[in-house]
Write a protein that binds this ligand. Sequence first.
Ligand code: DX5
Ligand code: ZN
Length: 232
Amino acid sequence: MIIAPSLLAADHASFGKAASRAAHAKADWLHLDIMDGHFVPNISFGPQVVKAIRPLASNLFFDVHLMCSRAEILLEPFAKAGADQIIIHVELGQKVESLIWKIKQLGKKVGLAVNPPTPVSLLQPFLDKIDLILVMTVNPGFGGQEFIHETLPKIQQVADWRAENKFNYRISVDGGINLQTAVECARAGSDTFVAGTSLFGQRNLKSAIAKLKKHVSQARPASSLSPESVSK
Ligand code: DX5
Ligand code: ZN
């Protein structure tokens, strides 16, 4: 299981401090939300910030989530800045295949994100080419939103595809993840948990991460190939 605190929920005046706090708090990954003001109605930060904080959290895997329309111009800058994985959105349509290829060429892991209103069937052509699926559990653009429960069957569906076909991708969830919703996602099949507000909002990040890990590891797994799940 992977816990990935999302830097978006940290104090924007102290990103460096927040990154080293996450490293010391035994986070597995640091999730970095990149917003362009076009694909989503918000702007966050760019490759210079990622480069600046990289040395302050050298043991953390940098999980860069591009919510950007022109992802093609950003792959190399973020790869050079220290991304370990780059996630692009399946909503980019015809560009997706070449973006996946370019990320691999840059020697980085590749993730594919899917927004709440987008059908997971759009992911199908890429399932054997990616390292991670990011099921958005809120509409992207802002931290602190409420988890959308209707996304749970999508997690179950991609988990079923993985079990049936022996694919290797991780299943990550992002948006409104807290102790309770993380357990619901884990039962549906997710193994990677991005959490902003519910982690960086705590005074003791280390104990918040430990608590989240404990809750998730105690979640009873749903049988991943149950007939109900296959029909969803
Ligand atoms: C939403 C971002 C998320 C965000 C999650 O657009 O992709 O990564 O930081 O924040 P919380 O956990 O506060 O919902
Ligand atoms: Zn994100």
